[in-house]
Design a protein around this ligand. Structure first.
Ligand SMILES: NC(=O)c1ccc[n+]([C@@H]2O[C@H](COP(=O)([O-])OP(=O)(O)OC[C@H]3O[C@@H](n4cnc5c(N)ncnc54)[C@H](OP(=O)(O)O)[C@@H]3O)[C@@H](O)[C@H]2O)c1
Length: 324
């Protein structure tokens, strides 16, 4: 019998709702406690997902009888909440981006090591059935070493009060969709060498549009994000013997088309279930059961490289958050 993993949630918003939906599909895991700074929102969440322990303070959540805490507040508070949870002896799954900047992330990773706890950034795409199948397919029928990645997404339809529009919450397109794009580039092209960026800012000081190119050990990527334009949300992986199109929205991947140099075309289609957070959560629960302190998929080094890419892109545009 699998050991049951008990979860607590910090920040009962949109992401936390998807997390709770996903958890229903995870074997041997329960949602035990929740804390939100707005009691009404936390109470509604507790009722909707039948969470027994409705905590009124973060300290109460950290003292609750749970194995792991899922941090789903905005990026400005990720590091502080993660540090407290780790110090309280909890394993931590933190929403992307795992921290506001490299320095904060380094503090969190160092705390995870010193408290001997598991820490993982919630970077969902590689756990989706389509992404796994694509990796397997390319091993069996390769397109050669991927040398170019293109990914982007702009969404001008986000409402004016959407968190990404606020500098004080660690907003902007680079911090919103950028982490997924950074992941894709690093996953296929290897460690980061340098970043070149163009873009423009919104009145609030966050990036309204950013176009960034990254050079990696095995190739180059061209990435974009935006909050005042519309674009498709697909991705391209380009190799010497073919290319892959990951269809929109590629960070919740369900369809890929592989075009080979010999003109063969392969369609992959793998729908996801339960909102899609279930796969990464299930992986995290297994890591706890196996006493692992780092995911072999989303390693600490990968999270640091993602943070480096995002911070370089922001620095070029002079996007600074309060306190930085
Ligand atoms: N993996 C994914 O697919 C996915 C999807 C969406 C978002 N995300 C990530 O999830 C995180 C949250 O985004 P969201 O869209 O869920 O935002 P959201 O709907 O606004 O929810 C955020 C929650 O955190 C709380 N919160 C925010 N700042 C806080 C602070 N300083 N102290 C205590 N509580 C705080 C909010 O409380 P209030 O209600 O009081 O504001 C709310 O309960 C972001 O990092 C985002 O990038 C991931």
């Amino acid at each position: 019998m699998k050991r049951i993993i008990r979860w607590g949630v910090a920040g009962p918003g949109r992401a936390a709702e998807r997390f709770a939906e996903g958890l229903k599909a995870v074997d041997a895991a329960t949602l035990t406690a929740v804390w939100g700074r707005r009691p009404d929102r936390a109470q509604a969440y507790a009722q909707r997902f039948q969470v027994a322990n409705l905590c009124t303070t973060l300290d109460e959540l950290n003292a609750a009888d749970v194995d792991a805490i899922y941090v789903a507040t905005h990026p400005d508070s990720h590091a502080e909440i993660c540090l407290k949870a780790l110090a309280a002896g909890k394993h931590v799954l933190c929403e992307k981006p795992a921290a506001l900047n490299i320095a904060q992330l380094q503090r969190v990773l160092s705390a995870a090591r010193s408290h001997d706890r598991l820490f993982m950034e919630a970077m969902k795409p590689p756990f989706f059935p389509l992404y796994r199948r694509l990796r397997e397919h390319l091993l069996a029928d390769p397109i050669g070493s991927v040398g170019f990645v293109r990914a982007g997404h702009c969404d001008a339809s986000l409402p004016p009060d959407y968190p990404l529009r606020f500098s004080e919450l660690g907003g902007g397109g680079i911090m919103g969709i950028g982490p997924y794009e950074a992941f894709l580039a690093l996953d296929w092209l290897g460690p980061l060498k340098r970043v070149q960026t163009m873009g423009r800012l919104a009145v609030s000081g966050v990036d309204a549009f950013a176009l960034f190119q990254s050079e990696h050990e095995r190739g180059m990527a061209q990435l974009h994000t935006g909050l005042d334009l519309m674009s498709l949300g697909d991705a391209l992986l380009s190799g010497p013997r073919g290319y892959v199109i990951l269809h929109p929205n590629w960070w919740n991947p369900t369809r890929a088309t592989i075009h080979y140099i010999d003109r063969r075309r392969i369609e992959l289609h793998e729908p996801f279930t339960a909102g899609g957070f279930n796969y990464e959560t299930s992986h995290f629960c297994d890591l706890i059961r196996h006493c692992q302190r780092e995911s072999p998929e989303i390693t600490h080094a990968l999270s640091l490289d993602m943070a480096r890419l995002l911070e370089s892109a922001r620095a070029a545009l002079r996007v600074r958050f309060p306190g930085e």
